[in-house]
Design a protein. Structure first.
Length: 269
């Protein structure tokens, strides 16, 4: 590789900044990376335009990228009890106009577990205000919304992760790290090992990334940051559950929202 550093996209959420802090700051061995930090839907869109070299993506967008990208086995977000939730101002049936954190997100697709609804896409951190203001009847919360909805005066209507787990009997895959297929033969294995080492370093040295995490989560209370990291950085971040990702993709095809993927192109590197 002639490039000095790989462009590596991930979100500003505490789980990502915590997990990738050591990699970004050269505290572990492996390829050098240049971080590109943005909202998950912006990362999805960037990958769809083919602009990303290595990037976090929603699990729901992968089928659209399968011809150009493959997934690494480290750095994913998956597990039990990690799913999006549906909230409203007060108890009511799920329905009406529902705010979602982007059309391409896993959260938007999981809403189909409950039915077909009118949706409006917006940044994930704008959804709570939209529901409280009455611009949306319900909202799909991701990330720290699971921990903060009650204190914001909102009511839990449904836990989409719990619905998935009950129906599918496996962990819920939310997101993964994708790498451009033309780059994969040169760096994928080394990068995967470096990500795994970065996650392990973060878990063993939680104080090392504290300032970095806080700088990207300025409006998030420390206890919420800690709970966020504790939930979303887990053993599946070290080693993805490949079977659950395949089940998710099969379900998406059955729902006729995922395209068929090329048989000669593996999902994982």
């Amino acid at each position: 590789m002639d490039k000095i550093a790989l462009n590596f996209g991930f979100s500003s959420c505490p789980n990502d900044t915590f997990a990738f802090h050591a990699l970004v700051h050269g505290l572990v061995s492996g390829p050098k990376v240049e971080p590109f930090i943005d909202d998950i839907e912006a990362l999805n869109e960037r990958a769809c335009r083919g602009e990303a070299e290595v990037t976090k993506i929603s699990a729901a967008v992968f089928s659209c990228l399968h011809d150009r990208y493959a997934l690494l086995r480290a750095g994913a977000v998956a597990g039990f009890g990690v799913g999006p939730i549906v909230v409203a101002r007060s108890a009511r049936p799920v329905g009406g106009r529902i705010a979602i954190p982007g059309e391409r997100t896993t959260a938007a697709l999981l809403l189909r577990l409950l039915g077909r609804f009118e949706t409006v896409a917006m940044r994930f951190d704008e959804i709570g205000k939209a529901v409280l203001d009455g611009r949306a009847d319900c909202g799909v919360f991701i990330h720290e919304g699971r921990f903060t909805y009650a204190r914001r005066g909102l009511t839990l209507l449904a836990d989409l992760g719990a619905v998935w787990e009950t129906r599918m009997g496996c962990p819920l895959p939310l997101a993964a790290i994708a790498i451009r297929r033309d780059l994969a033969p040169h760096v994928a294995l080394n990068l995967e090992a470096a990500i795994r080492e970065s996650v392990s370093y973060a878990r063993q040295n939680p104080e090392a990334s504290r300032a970095y995490v806080a700088s990207h989560a300025q409006e998030m209370e420390p206890d919420v940051v800690a709970r966020h990291i504790g939930l979303y950085v887990n053993d599946y971040t070290l080693q993805v559950d490949e079977a659950s990702f395949r089940k998710f993709l099969q379900w998406g095809r059955a729902e006729e929202v995922f395209a068929d993927m090329l048989e000669d192109r593996p999902i994982f590197i």
